[in-house]
Ligand binder design. Structure first.
Ligand code: GRF
Length: 217
């Protein structure tokens, strides 16, 4: 049984999706721990209610980023993770932390990388007049929101879209994409060559829809 450790900062809906899928699909892996940098992260309650170990490493209690990262790395490593999944984890990690878990640490970002790294991705996509938006799961490297792309999900940007409606539609796709990407990792189904990630069995690394109508959310 492989171990997945998920890092969150807030709501934790992607974490929830991963936990649910791992059980429903009987993965050869379990979510061993959910760790938050914020004591008030709503997702902690869901994890605890599902019998998953939880921990808080509160970044405000540390004088430096390095000191925080060291404590966080200890907490993560204590669960012997095969996969470390950042799921709405809102801290920038030091190169030392990233190096320690390189190759087994992934992130979900709500844009079609390499477009729109950083914050306010949906607003920026709308303001740029993009007709398509989405989310990306990628290996974490020392560069923020960069790193080899494992999978992407697309949705159309409709003329009536607001930042909130677009975020909601992308999030629904994230909940499909992220668990799938994590399953590939635990199955060892991915190969990474020259910065490009491929699914050995040819499963689709692109999901979503470009149909330009939607049911109301
Ligand atoms: C998601 O949109 C994710 O892509 C981004 O932060 C948000 C987290 O949402 N990194 P949740 O905490 O998983 O509900």
């Amino acid at each position: 049984m492989k171990n997945i450790v998920i890092l969150i900062s807030g709501r934790g809906s992607n974490m929830e999706a991963i936990v649910r899928r791992s059980v429903e699909e009987a993965w050869p892996a379990r979510v061993a721990a959910v760790i938050s940098n914020r004591p008030d992260a709503a997702g902690l309650a869901f994890a605890a209610a599902h019998g998953i170990a939880t921990a808080v490493v509160d970044h405000t209690a540390f004088a430096t980023r390095a000191a925080f990262d060291e404590k966080l790395a200890e907490a993560v490593a204590s669960h012997a993770p095969d996969v470390v999944a950042l799921a709405g984890f809102m801290r920038i990690l030091t190169p030392g932390f990233v190096q320690r878990f390189e190759g087994r640490m992934v992130n979900i970002h709500p844009s079609l990388l390499p477009m729109f790294p950083g914050l306010h991705t949906h607003r920026r996509a709308i303001e740029a007049g993009c007709k398509v938006a989405g989310a990306s799961v990628h290996f974490v490297t020392a560069d923020l929101d960069h790193g080899p792309i494992i999978g992407q999900a697309i949705v159309p940007v409709l003329p009536e879209d607001t930042e909130q409606s677009l975020a909601a539609h992308v999030l629904a796709q994230e909940h499909v994409l992220y668990p799938r990407a994590i399953r590939w990792l635990v199955e060892g189904a991915l190969e990474r060559r020259d910065g490009v990630v491929r699914h050995r069995g040819g499963e689709a690394q692109l999901i979503g829809t470009l149909v330009a109508t939607r049911a109301p959310t």
